[in-house]
Design a protein around this ligand. Sequence first.
Ligand code: DON
Length: 570
Amino acid sequence: MKTRKFFLFIVLCFAIQLYPLSLSANERGDIVSGKNGMVVSVDKYASQIGIDILKKGGNAVDAAVAVGFALAVTYPSAGNIGGGGFMIIRFPDTKESVAIDFREKAPGKATPDMYLDENGKYVRKRSYYGHLAVGVPGTVKGFELAMKKYGKLSWKEVIEPAINLAENGFVLNKRMAKSFNSLKKRFKDYKEFLRIFSRPDGSDFKEGDIFVQKELAESLRLIANNGSDAFYKGKIADLIAKDMEKYGGLITKEDLEKYEAVIRKPVTGNYRGYKIISMPPPSSGGTILIEMLNILEGFELSKMERYAPETLHLISETMKFAYLDRAKYLGDSDFGKIPVDMLISKKYAESIRKRLNLVKAIPSAEIGKDILTIERANETTHYSVIDKDGIAVATTYTLNGGYGSGVVPEGTGFLLNNEMADFNMKPGYTDNKGLIGTKPNIIKPYKRMLSSMTPTIITKDGKTFMITGSPGGRTIINTVLNVIINVIDFKMNIQDAVDAPRMHHQWMPDILRIEKEGISDKVLDSLKNIGHKISTRWRQGDANSILIDPKTGIYYGAPDKRSGGTAAGY
Ligand code: DON
């Protein structure tokens, strides 16, 4: 019966010709090809620095760390030394891969109810802005660990370009000038922030202004000379701890001293003969990505029209079930057992497939009783790197919200994250308005908050095939899914796969979000008719990706036009 309905549905869709409009050519990012190296990031300075490092004889890890430090200067809304993130590295000779976890941790004095008022009500502002919102940063330790284990160049060599950019300044583009100018209201109470992100006379920045950050240059110089000790034990640690004490934050010098980045085993899966290598807990990214791919593997996506309603419906329902699992099961695996193996098993995917309704949207409330999510600002950043030997690096790192907590510890010149907002805020309390209270992601001292970041490397027949990832809070995993199926199932080239309209369902709220450009109203109406609540949005994510042609070995760098990314290759 179900099959018959599904068949009728497909016929109907074809009959009314529900096809996507494609993006016009001049709106596409510029794809770049190369044989020796490729770096794709959100920022042209950072991408160029990555390539310079490769040309100098550095490997992809050197380049990735140099890009990370550069973005801390040129893309301060997300690039950072005061935040955290994840890096997946794959080595072609051994075919081994590692995941570097430099996610922030809760401070030692953090408590499960630290964002609740005396009536037990969640005070959102407290978890997003100011000193209480800050998790113990991980980026500097993470980069140092990557360099010590896998880098070829010296630590100083990979930080030097960032120091120069901070010391001598760089030219603000229109997007950045606008972004800085828009912050004065949001961060009006943050003196240091305003001092750094305003012109001295308080007037607005203009495109073409040179943006100099002397204090940041000094912090970077200390890190270059003294290693991560400068940040976690030395002068910078002192400045952070002092600021925390002065303004009611929790992070102490001991917290900073105790912080360690860790090397984890990536989570892996197989999708139609491709190997997916991605981030394990404390990110939910890799696990949920592989769960969704496993579910979709049971359908012949390649025979379906990419933007026909039945395709969007199937993908949306898959996302809905997987995100319910994200909410139920995922958290920091150092603080409790996370059933990753079960969630990424083909058997489990089969059981979910049996529960899908292929002709009607199942209300989210019907498949589970918890959770609803909080909108995140669109600020994190992902970059992809490959070198001449084929070492591949996928890095996603973040301050969480754009410009993080707004806190710049006096004298340091850099922003601290507001990653604490990624924890579940009210233990045991899940509502349909935005709070999740499930146990795996409740705040505990030194625990890492759950992430959605999904830096991912895909191989085929033992060779690296694709490097991808994205910002976008909970949309990240779905952005990565969209790009992967666009390439593997819908046979798009990598730039088209990155450009193509994306969709997102995260179980709760029960809304299917679609990038409107390129999808017809008819398609949207058909989806509404089968029970979807639709919200259209102008952009989802920023998936700066690389594809390696399996036949020629040529690298194709596909920047995401949504944030003006740049590919640099040679
Ligand atoms: O770790 C996470 O999943 C989030 N803190 C990422 C935040 C993000 O992507 C912001 N941009 N939307």
